[in-house]
Ligand binder design. Structure first.
Ligand code: WTA
Length: 643
C-alpha cells in the first residue's frame, strides 16, 4: 500500500498547506480519490458556519469498512491488522490478519442483523480493550448502524444518560473486563443502567472474565452463541451497507461547559478521509510498521487512531488490554520490545506517571524498534517531553505533539514526524487543510505582544476558520446546542475552547481550556457535571468545582462544598466521592473536597470561579479584587481552611 498523499519533506508540507488553503476542494478531492467509493461525490464541500451546516463529499457512497478491510485483502490479507496484548503478560497475545479481521467483522455484522439491528440504529458498545471491541465497532459500521462506544470507567447512571440521549436499543458488552489486578463488572453495570432504559431490546454479552452475570430471557444473549448461529448459516459474506458520505458513523459523548455531555456526531466519508490522511502524515507510517496507541477505544483517540485511521491505512495496530503499571511500570516497554513496536502514541499523564518510577526498569529493555513517539490529550510539559525523548526515544525518535479534540475527529496541529521540526511543549504547525486563528475576546485577530522572555508572540483563543473533513457535523438530537457550543462565541469561526499562543515561526503552543472544562489525566470533565453530581448528595446545598495543577494528572479536581449546617459534622467526604462515582464514574472524583460556609458570589449571585481557581492553585496572595463580592469574608474563611 502506498500513500500518494504522504508528505515527506518540509517543502512538500509547505506546498500542500498552500494548496489546501488556495483550493481546499481540489486538495481534499485528490486525497479522497485514494479511497474506495461505491459512487463518487457530487460536491466536495458545502458549508456555512453561520447557518451551521457542513457537508463533505455529499452524494459520495461508501462503506468505511470496505476501506478498512476489503480493499486490503488482496495485497495484505495475511498482514496483521490487529495485534492484541492481553492484560496478563503470561496469557497468549492474539494476532488478527486483515483476512481474519474481515471475516470476524462480517460474522458479527450477521449477529447484529440477526438481533434486529438495522441501518441508522444506535448501538451502544461497553467493552474492555479486547479485539472484539474493534470487531463490534466495525460490524456496526458494516451494517450502517451508529455506534456509541462508552468508556468502561463510566458509571451506570452515565451509561443510562447516554442510552437515553441516543435512544440506543442495542448494547454490546462483556461479563467483565480485566484492568491491572481488577476485574470490572461490565454487564452488572449495564444491568443497573437498564433499570431506567426499558427501550433497550437486546444486549449481546461477550465472555471475558467468567464473572457470574444475570442474563434476562429474550433480551440478553451470549456473543459466542450468536456466532455459532452464524456459523451454521454457511456463507459468511456480509455485503457492506451503502452509506452516504454524510451519514453518521458514530456518536461519542464528551464533556462541555454545561452539565450534560454532548453527543458528538461524526460522518462516514469526511471522517475516514481525515483520520487516514492525518495518521499517515503525522506518524509517517510506512507499511510494515507496528503502531501502538495506548489510548482506550472509548475515547476519540482510540476511535481515530487505534481503529479507523490505522486500518484504513492498512497498518498494524496494537490493542493493549491493560494498564501501564501492571504487572509493573515497565509494561509499555515490555510490549514495545515483545512486538517490535515502531510507533508509540501515548499521553503526557502516562509519561509523567512512568517518570515517577525512575529509569532502572527501562534499562532492562532495548526499545530499539522505536522510530516515532507521539503525545496527545493535554499540553506536554518540557520535563516530560525531554524524559520521553531521552529515555524512551534515546534521542533518535521524533516526538509528535498532537493537538486535537473529540470534535475535530483527527489531529489538527502537530509536527509531522521527522518532516517538520518539533519544539518541546509546542504542538507546532497546523496540518494541511487546517486554518487556525487566534482571537481576542471580541473575536478580532489577536495582535503580537512581547512576552516576559522578550519573544514576540500572539496569544488568544484558538478558533478554526475553515472546515476540514473530520469536523463534527452536529451534536446528537440537538443541532441548536452544536451551534451554541461551537459557532456562537465568534462569528463564522469554530471555537475550540482552548487558549494558545503562536511564536514568530507560526508554531502553536496550546495553553489549555479557557472554558469550564477540566483535563484530568487527559480526560475531559466538565466542572458543571461534577457540581451537579455533588449537589445531588444529601446535605449538600451547593458546590463549585475548579481545576488545579497536579504533578501527574495535569489537572486535579478541587471541590468547594457548602453543606446544610446540621450536617457539617456528619457529612463524610468519602460519601460525596461515592455519589460522584455513582453518578459519573471514578474518573470524575474530586482530588480535594473543602467544606466551606459559603461560596464567593457577586451581588447578582454569580459564583466567582476566578477566585476559587486562585485559591485552589495556591495563589492566595494574589486573589485580586474582591470588593464586588456579596460577602468578602467567605474568601478569607476559605483561604484559612484551604487544603
Ligand atoms: C486538550 C483528545 C495540548 C485540549 C484528542 C483539547 C491538548 C482537549 C492536546 C480535547 C495537546 C488535546 N496539547 N492540549 N497535544 N491534545 N489537548 O476531546 O484542551 O478528549 O481541547 O480529545 O484536550 O480533549 P478530547
Amino acid at each position: 500500500m502506498s500513500y500518494p498523499f504522504q508528505i515527506k519533506t518540509k517543502e512538500a508540507y509547505e506546498k500542500a498547506y498552500q494548496q489546501s488553503v488556495s483550493d481546499p476542494e481540489g486538495f481534499w478531492a485528490d486525497v479522497a480519490e485514494q479511497f474506495t467509493w461505491k459512487q463518487k461525490w457530487d460536491k466536495v464541500l458545502n458549508w456555512d458556519f453561520k447557518d451551521t451546516f457542513i457537508e463533505w463529499f455529499r452524494g459520495g457512497k461508501l462503506n468505511i469498512t470496505e476501506n478498512c478491510l476489503d480493499r486490503h485483502l488482496e495485497d495484505r490479507g495475511d498482514t496483521p491488522a490487529i495485534i492484541w496484548e492481553p492484560n496478563d503478560p503470561e496469557s497468549r497475545h492474539r494476532i488478527l490478519t486483515y483476512k481474519e479481521l474481515h471475516f470476524k467483522v462480517m460474522q458479527f455484522a450477521h449477529v447484529l442483523r440477526n438481533n434486529g439491528v438495522k441501518k441508522g440504529d444506535r448501538v451502544c458498545i461497553y467493552l474492555g480493550m479486547v479485539p472484539e471491541l474493534a470487531i463490534a465497532t466495525l460490524a456496526c459500521a458494516r451494517i450502517g448502524a451508529i455506534h456509541s462506544v462508552i468508556f468502561g470507567g463510566f458509571s451506570a447512571q452515565s451509561i443510562a444518560d447516554r442510552l437515553q440521549d441516543a435512544h440506543a436499543a442495542f448494547i454490546i458488552t462483556a461479563d467483565g473486563a480485566y484492568r491491572g489486578n481488577k476485574d470490572i463488572p461490565l454487564k452488572s453495570t449495564i444491568d443497573d443502567a437498564l433499570t431506567t432504559c426499558p427501550f433497550v431490546r437486546k444486549v449481546i454479552v461477550l465472555t471475558r472474565t467468567h464473572t457470574p452475570v444475570s442474563m434476562i430471557k429474550g433480551r440478553d444473549v451470549w456473543w459466542e452463541d450468536e456466532i455459532k448461529n452464524v456459523e451454521t448459516m454457511g456463507n459468511p459474506y456480509f455485503e457492506a451497507e451503502v452509506m452516504d458520505a454524510e451519514d453518521p458513523l458514530f456518536i461519542l459523548y464528551t464533556s462541555g461547559s454545561t452539565g450534560k455531555p454532548k453527543g458528538v456526531v461524526h460522518s462516514c466519508g469526511g471522517y475516514m478521509v481525515y483520520t487516514t490522511y492525518s495518521f499517515v502524515n503525522v506518524f509517517q507510517y510506512t507499511p510494515g510498521d507496528v503502531y501502538f496507541c495506548t489510548a482506550d477505544i472509548g475515547w476519540i483517540t482510540g476511535h481515530s487512531y487505534i481503529v479507523y485511521g490505522p486500518l484504513a491505512a492498512g497498518a498494524t495496530t496494537l490493542i493493549f488490554e491493560g494498564i501501564p503499571t501492571y504487572p509493573d511500570a515497565g509494561r509499555f516497554w515490555d510490549i514495545v520490545d515483545k512486538h517490535r513496536v515502531n510507533i508509540l502514541y501515548t499521553a503526557p499523564t502516562a509519561i509523567r506517571s512512568l517518570m515517577s518510577f525512575g529509569t532502572d526498569l527501562i534499562k532492562q529493555y532495548k526499545l530499539d524498534s522505536l522510530k516515532v513517539l507521539g503525545s496527545v490529550g493535554e499540553p506536554i510539559n518540557e520535563e516530560a517531553w525531554h524524559w520521553f525523548d531521552e529515555n524512551i526515544g534515546k534521542g533518535k525518535c521524533p516526538i509528535v505533539d498532537t493537538w486535537w479534540q473529540t470534535e475535530t475527529g483527527g489531529i489538527m496541529i502537530s509536527n509531522l514526524a521527522g518532516v517538520t521540526p518539533s519544539k518541546p511543549s509546542y504542538a507546532t504547525l497546523p496540518l494541511p487543510g487546517i486554518q487556525p486563528v487566534l482571537v481576542d475576546e471580541n473575536g478580532n485577530d489577536a495582535q503580537p505582544v512581547t512576552n516576559d522572555k522578550g519573544e514576540t508572540i500572539v496569544s488568544g483563543n484558538l478558533c478554526i476558520r475553515f472546515p476540514w473533513p473530520g469536523i463534527l457535523r452536529t451534536t446528537y438530537g440537538d443541532h441548536e446546542r452544536f451551534k451554541q457550543a461551537y459557532f456562537s462565541t465568534y462569528e463564522n469561526k469554530y471555537f475550540t475552547g482552548d487558549g494558545s499562543f503562536r511564536d514568530t515561526d507560526g508554531n502553536y503552543r496550546i495553553t489549555g481550556r479557557v472554558d469550564d472544562v477540566l483535563n484530568v489525566s487527559g480526560h475531559r470533565i466538565g466542572t458543571a457535571e461534577v457540581e451537579n453530581a455533588i449537589n445531588m448528595h444529601s446535605g449538600v446545598i451547593e458546590s463549585a468545582v475548579v481545576g488545579y495543577p497536579h504533578p501527574i494528572k495535569g489537572q486535579g479536581i478541587y471541590a468547594f462544598v457548602v453543606t446544610e449546617n446540621s450536617h457539617v459534622h456528619e457529612l463524610n467526604k468519602d460519601d460525596i466521592l461515592q455519589t460522584v462515582s455513582r453518578l459519573i464514574g471514578a474518573i470524575a472524583k474530586p482530588d480535594k473536597i473543602q467544606l466551606v460556609s459559603g461560596l464567593p458570589k457577586t451581588r447578582s449571585g454569580k459564583i466567582m470561579r476566578r477566585i476559587l481557581r486562585k485559591i485552589a492553585e495556591g495563589e492566595t496572595g494574589n486573589i485580586g479584587d474582591t470588593s464586588t463580592l456579596l460577602d468578602p469574608a467567605v474568601v478569607e474563611d476559605i483561604i484559612k481552611n484551604k487544603l
